[in-house]
Design a protein around this ligand. Structure first.
Ligand SMILES: [Zn+2]
Ligand SMILES: [Zn+2]
Length: 452
């Protein structure tokens, strides 16, 4: 089912109950087979948790917070995992949290969820849609919404934590839950690492995380070994000219013309300077200059993003952007050379191939081959990369979150970061919790003598 804007809360609850009942009868049939073939039969504890998880999801969804402001969010999760018996530390990397459960000798396994939401006005029409607005870092009032599914991820993370705490007798080692702030700005993981995530707390032997995915049907797990998500750099450029009257251009240096030439020059970097076999994107997503048609401004500001997988290409593009804007400024005899600043970024996500293969085998054993699908790499970034860069074998997997029939229809559906994005909650959440428990049990469920 899709949580459609037209549905009332009562209807949604009814649909939830109907599909839960359908699920129970499905479980009965599947239980007679040798191997479970869906998330509910693979991890039977999930069914009983669903009402609690849905309530938590609604609460998190209704109260989104921007990067590094996730105080309420972190507190909500901290309280819940403390009740499960985890040792909880908040304020790690400003607003992050770490929850540890020591359960005898064995590997240390980290499960990460992101805490932050986006400055987007929600238009899902859901009964629990966000109505929150807040001031951003620049002091501007912006709407806030969970338009990337981090509320879903946190709910799944808590569900998996609860089941793992119930299964304490069946695994050995240390379960390390990480609630990471500021994924959207790509600096939460590094903030936590700088604040001692792997020194104040045990350094994990494995790190895993899951993200909702609009190209896969609800509940299906997507994986990709090796490089999976591109490096991402945010670049701010300011072009300086000399402002003046729009009717006397001879007395000015027009930064708008310099910027226009620079935009076209920068857009030839990928087509003319990089290997076509090396996936690369340069997007100039913001350009601002001037206040009126009859005035030539002093400066133009541009914001861009660079995505690639190759460190050398990344370096080349950043250098080339500087070269292009400086060349245009020189050609126009600009009084000051442009300013080019890399204001944020993250490395490419590399999914450890051996760990990916081990997890996929475990997931397929429990969810069936069709439930786990290989998917292509993407040009979107994720700062989960930083845990791998810190020396921990790490895997980021995706969980399909779109109604299968709607996806098959070819209809244009909302993407992540769209004001209308909402996962098809119930099957996605159930599969997310199950997949995380399956993976944690695979990594922690061995006997102590087998571990490390
Ligand atoms: Zn996002
Ligand atoms: Zn996200």
């Amino acid at each position: 089912m899709i949580l459609r804007p037209t549905g009332t809360e009562a209807n949604l609850m009814k649909m939830f109950l109907i599909s839960t009942l359908a699920l129970v009868s499905l479980n009965r049939g599947a239980a007679q087979e040798d191997k479970p073939r869906d998330s509910a039969t693979a991890v039977p504890e999930v069914a009983a948790l669903e009402p609690e998880l849905e309530a938590l999801y609604r609460d998190l969804h209704e109260h989104p917070e921007l990067a590094f402001h996730e105080e309420r969010t972190a507190e909500t999760l901290a309280k819940r995992v403390k009740e499960l018996g985890f040792e909880v530390t908040t304020g790690v990397g400003r607003t992050g949290l770490v929850a540890i459960m020591h359960n005898g000798p064995g590997p240390v396994v980290m499960l990460r969820a992101e805490l932050d939401a986006l400055p987007i006005e929600e238009k899902t029409g859901l009964p629990f849609a966000s109505k929150v607005s807040t001031r951003n870092a620049a002091g501007v009032v912006v709407p806030v919404a969970h338009a990337c599914g981090h509320d879903l991820h946190m709910t799944g993370w808590y569900g998996a934590a609860k089941i793992m705490s119930q299964r304490r007798g069946a695994w050995h080692g240390t379960l390390m839950l990480v609630g990471q702030p500021a994924e959207e700005s790509f600096n939460g993981a590094s903030a936590m690492l700088t604040d001692g995530l792997f020194t104040r707390f045990p350094k994990p032997d494995y790190a895993i995380s899951m993200h909702d995915e609009p190209s896969l049907p609800s509940g299906q797990v997507g994986f990709h070994a090796g490089f999976f998500r591109a490096s991402a750099d945010a670049i701010d450029v300011t072009i300086f000219g000399r402002g003046g009257h729009g009717a006397r251009p001879q007395n000015t240096i027009d930064p708008i013309v310099i910027a226009a030439r620079a935009v076209l020059g920068i857009q030839t970097i990928v087509s003319r300077e990089t290997d076509p076999f090396s996936p690369t994107v340069v997007t100039i997503g913001s350009i601002h200059g001037g206040t009126g048609g009859n005035t030539i401004p002093d400066e133009v500001r541009m914001q861009m993003t660079v995505r690639t997988y190759d460190a050398k290409v990344r370096e080349h593009i950043l250098a080339s952007i500087s070269r292009q804007v400086e060349a245009e400024a020189t050609a126009a005899n600009a009084p000051t050379m442009p300013s080019v600043k890399v204001v944020g970024g993250t490395d490419a996500v590399y999914n450890d191939p051996a760990l990916t293969s081990r997890l996929v085998t475990a997931l397929r054993r429990n969810l069936g081959t069709d439930g786990v699908r290989e998917m292509p790499a993407k040009m979107t970034g994720e700062d989960f990369s930083q845990y791998g860069r810190a020396g921990v074998p790490a895997v980021l997997l995706h969980i399909g979150a779109v109604n299968a029939a709607a996806l098959a229809s070819g209809e244009k559906l909302p993407d992540l970061h769209s004001p209308s994005w909402a996962p098809e909650l119930e099957p996605t959440l159930r599969a997310l919790v199950s997949a995380e428990v399956i993976m944690l049990m695979e990594l922690l469920g061995t006997q102590p003598t087998d571990a490390r």
